[in-house]
Write a protein that binds this ligand. Sequence first.
Ligand SMILES: [Fe+2]
Length: 225
Amino acid sequence: MQRTFNETEPQQILNYLNSSDIKYLVELFKNSSKKINSNILSHISIKGTDYADQLVERLKKDFGDFTLRSATIWEATEPHNIHNNDRLETGNPHLGFVFPLYHEGGVDTDAKLIFLRQYYYNGAAKFYGGETEERDVYYNQLITDYKDVKYKENGMWSTTNKSFKEKYLPQIKDRWLEGLSLHTAFPWAVGSMMKFDVCRLHVASDFRKAGIKRKIGMALFTEKP
Ligand SMILES: [Fe+2]
């Protein structure tokens, strides 16, 4: 069956969560036993909880109907490299919603979630253009050749996006970015909500460079029936 896709503008709404929600979610994460994804990432699932069910209803009012695929609270001690948030299974990928809940140290405007102009429609993937060595990509596909990446643009990070790259993406090698370009960068504003198409490529800024030791966020990923 042919999958369907959507292409919408990334959006951030500040103060989508109130301070008691934020406190509740951070405490819930701290007091729960975590699933370890990798040496830099752990998470708990909140799918099926009353909190997630209520949030889903609110998001459907704001963004239209969807099926919830996953709902997690996670902690990262290093930034995520370039990836999409699709699945490997069939299903129609739809929207992702990321909610910054906490950062240890630093200032949240110095940490960004960076959305690129490009899309990848062939399943969950991490993007390491030009690499020849195997890397741990866990659930994802390792993409080193961007032939199937949509809307490529060449030369952007050595020209238009050069100073942005130096400031926010020093951890990302030039060759991983070749063919890709900057769309939007949102600050890791606690209480905000960032909406994006799950197939859109995105990457976290090097928050460690901004003095942030770790970040806790909530993420809901959705499909269309
Ligand atoms: Fe992501």
